[in-house]
Ligand binder design. Structure first.
Ligand code: DAH
Length: 338
């Protein structure tokens, strides 16, 4: 049997069926090689060794070339199939629908517009902050149980001497840096995502959009706060909303308040309206002197207020929606109704 001839035959093989007949001819059960091997038994011992070595070499070479060819052919076949299988993924422009912002994004942008019209600086800060920034910088000592008020998501500890990081639980976390950056008097808003390990329900989510407002100047009082709040709410919510201010404790303010709202829910199917339960809309207060001291601001000279609003709750009130999960669950029926 001639190896060269076999190889040149293999070279001519172009598809699976040729490959199969080549296999039958040379390497299959009735293979030519097999015949050659069977001749060995009639040879003398010396010849046997030589023949065996030669034949084995031919067999190995041939099998190697064969499997290479087999791989080549299957790749060729796949490529040909792919050429036939082309799917037209271009979008039919006629079917493309007019878009609008997600309602949360829209509400956030409108809040930002209102804030800049009121001469507030907008600074987004970082979503990952140090434990110090999230807690101690706003008068929540790290050993204090108040840190538990927020179900914090901690990042894995890096090394014992590193400051440990958390996902910010509120945007108050970078006020300490904002003060260093812009100093007082300061009017600043920081919109963005916050994270809390909460159970999800109609008014809570693990990740939520939040906007924090801070105003520090000489002689800032609760009267300023009330004025800002009422201007802001009437600019952002287009319908009348029943609000209620009640005193509340937060370690970083003195005094602290919470504002609850009751609003009209619209049923998208029947357009009927009903009254919601009261939901907490914003948390606020006059900045605690200890916090000002921590930021190197003299509490005798300056005072200020700060408040934080959950944007999804605000958007729920604005659009009359019962459950904040609608904003992010991607249900097209909901999205298209705005
Ligand atoms: N950071 C508080 C929280 O997320 C909310 C808050 C309370 C923000 C009082 C404020 C404030 O700015 O003054 O629970």
């Amino acid at each position: 049997m001639d190896l060269q001839q076999a190889l040149s035959e293999l070279n001519l093989v172009k598809d699976k069926s040729n490959l199969e007949s080549f296999f039958q001819k040379y390497l299959g059960k009735k293979w030519l090689l097999n015949e050659e091997f069977s001749k060995i038994k009639d040879a003398s011992i010396e010849e046997k060794k030589v023949l065996w070595a030669k034949l084995s070499e031919i067999k190995n070479k041939l099998s190697e070339e064969y499997s290479q060819k087999e791989a080549e052919i299957s790749i060729m076949e796949i490529n040909e199939q792919l050429k036939k299988d082309i799917v037209d993924i271009s979008v039919n422009p006629k079917k493309y629908e007019w878009w609008h912002f997600n309602l949360l994004a829209k509400t956030r942008r409108d809040l930002e517009k209102i804030a800049s019209n009121m001469w507030f600086i907008i600074d987004y800060g970082h979503e990952v902050v140090t434990k110090y920034e999230n807690f101690a910088s706003v008068n929540i000592p790290l050993s204090h149980p108040a840190t538990e008020m927020h179900d914090t998501i901690y990042l894995q500890e890096q090394s014992p001497d590193w400051e440990n990081f958390v996902f910010r639980t509120h945007n108050s976390a970078h006020q300490v840096q904002d003060i260093q950056k812009y100093w007082v008097p300061l009017k600043l808003v920081s919109p963005g995502r916050c994270y809390r390990f909460d159970d999800m329900d109609a008014t809570h989510d693990v990740m939520f959009q939040y906007i924090e407002w801070i105003y520090i100047d000489k002689n800032v009082s609760i009267a300023h706060f009330k004025n800002y709040i009422s201007t802001l709410l009437s600019a952002i919510i287009w319908r009348t909303v029943e609000t209620r201010i009640r005193p509340c404790h937060f370690p970083f303010v003195e005094p602290g308040f919470e504002i609850d709202a009751r609003y009209e829910i619209i049923d998208p199917k029947t357009w009927e309206t009903s009254k919601s339960k009261r939901i907490e809309l914003l948390w606020a207060g006059m900045i605690h002197p200890n916090v000002l001291k921590e930021w190197w601001v003299d509490p005798e000279q300056r005072s200020g207020f700060a408040f934080g609003i959950g944007i999804s709750r605000l958007a729920a009130i604005r659009y009359g929606i019962k459950d904040i999960r609608y904003f992010t669950n991607g249900d097209l029926r909901f999205i298209k109704s705005f």
